[in-house]
Write a protein that binds this ligand. Structure first.
Ligand code: KG4
Ligand code: ZN
Length: 341
């Protein structure tokens, strides 16, 4: 490892947050600026890709400037520029990638393309200074549900994934069906606190013969069917009970599979990452289950669970010290696989 401090300016624009951060030595956040577009997308009930791209273009320069200012740095002071180049919305990713390439070229700085999920996983390095691989990470976001063995920095083995909807997508779709609106995850989290999680028995989001995989579309359909049948029978249904029972079904499968992965691989460190890991029921269940099973549990603060650039700066640092560099042909790859470069 280099003995000089390394400062990374990182940029994230894969979905509906325009974000920039300065991170020191992969673990210390000097600034973390996030400009959320949630208000505008809420009007449409979800992220509108074309609007997201346009908003990123408007926001990217002020956001990057604010990140440097808050870190009390200028572009010339940073060692490298890290940027999310996939997966995500292509038009949204392109804004960040183009910005990073232009800045790297103008200031003659190394450019490091980062996988968005690698960023989510790395949020745990910022939050837990002592965390080192190997560990198991459950990545649950709006677009992804992966169980990953982090064998080393930047070395991932995906041992479980969703066969259909991502966990966050299920939260968002169910929230829409019960009239809570977008983004659904935080709203279900809140309303569920008023409900009875045992009121309705929804099916387990499992896949036969693939004990670490997930399938959330059946669970989502079961919720929709429940609502339809109540409406047809003119029975009043309880939104808090549906939210709590649905959330319990998600939490059950996520925690069971994550603990199983730790046991199967004989790794007693478990981390969670991604927007859905902000969920209060998931966090408290994982704390409980890990304690029962003698597993150390790691989780980022809420601000580092949902999309941000600090996590990208952390991931970029570990690539930087390995000597990984991207060239000016770096492009946005909407369906980039974890572990590919
Ligand atoms: O990681 P993220 O910000 O973006 C992606 O990479 O997808 O995750 C966004 C997802 C959304 O589906 C949102 O509803 C969900 O994370 N989410 C939550 C909570 N906060 C955000 N889901 C459940 N409970 C929450 N508290
Ligand atoms: Zn994300």
């Amino acid at each position: 490892m280099e003995n000089k401090d390394v400062y990374i300016l990182a940029i994230e624009s894969s979905c509906d947050e325009t974000a920039a951060a300065v991170v020191k030595n992969g673990r210390e956040v000097l600034s973390n600026i996030i400009s959320s577009q949630i208000d505008i997308h809420t009007l449409y009930g979800g992220v509108v890709p074309e609007i997201a791209s346009r908003k990123h273009i408007e926001n990217i320069n002020p956001v990057v400037r604010a990140a440097l200012k808050e870190a009390k740095m200028e572009l010339k002071d940073v060692d490298a520029i890290g940027v999310t180049y996939g997966p995500g919305l292509v038009g949204a990713l392109l804004v960040g990638v183009t910005q990073a390439k232009a800045m790297a070229f103008a200031a003659n700085k190394p450019l490091i393309g980062v996988h968005h999920i690698e960023g989510h996983i790395s949020a745990n390095y910022i939050a837990n200074k002592e965390l080192e691989p190997p560990f198991i990470c459950l990545v649950v976001s709006g677009g992804h549900t992966h169980l990953v063995v982090v064998n080393d920095y930047g070395k991932y083995e995906v041992i479980g994934h969703t066969r259909d909807d991502a966990a966050g997508e299920a939260f968002d779709k169910v929230a829409r069906a019960i009239g809570l609106g977008y983004p659904g995850g935080p709203k279900i989290d809140k309303v569920a606190k008023e409900g009875n999680e045992n009121a309705i028995k929804f099916p387990k989001a499992v896949v036969n013969d693939a004990p670490l995989d997930f399938s959330f579309s059946g669970l989502k359909s079961a919720v929709l069917n429940y609502i339809n049948s109540c409406q047809m029978k003119e029975i009043e249904y309880s939104v808090p009970d549906i939210a709590a029972s649905f959330q319990k079904a998600v939490v059950d499968v996520l925690s069971e599979h994550a603990i199983k992965a730790c046991k199967d691989r004989k790794i007693n460190k478990l981390a969670i990452a991604g927007g859905v890991s902000a969920n209060s029921a998931i966090r408290s269940r994982m704390i409980e289950e890990c304690k029962k099973n003698n597993i150390e549990f790691y989780y980022p603060p809420i601000i580092l669970c949902t999309d941000n650039a600090a996590m990208i700066g952390s991931a970029a640092y570990y690539e930087y010290i390995k000597g990984e560099r991207s060239d000016y042909y770096l492009n946005a790859i909407p369906n980039l696989k974890l572990g590919e470069r």
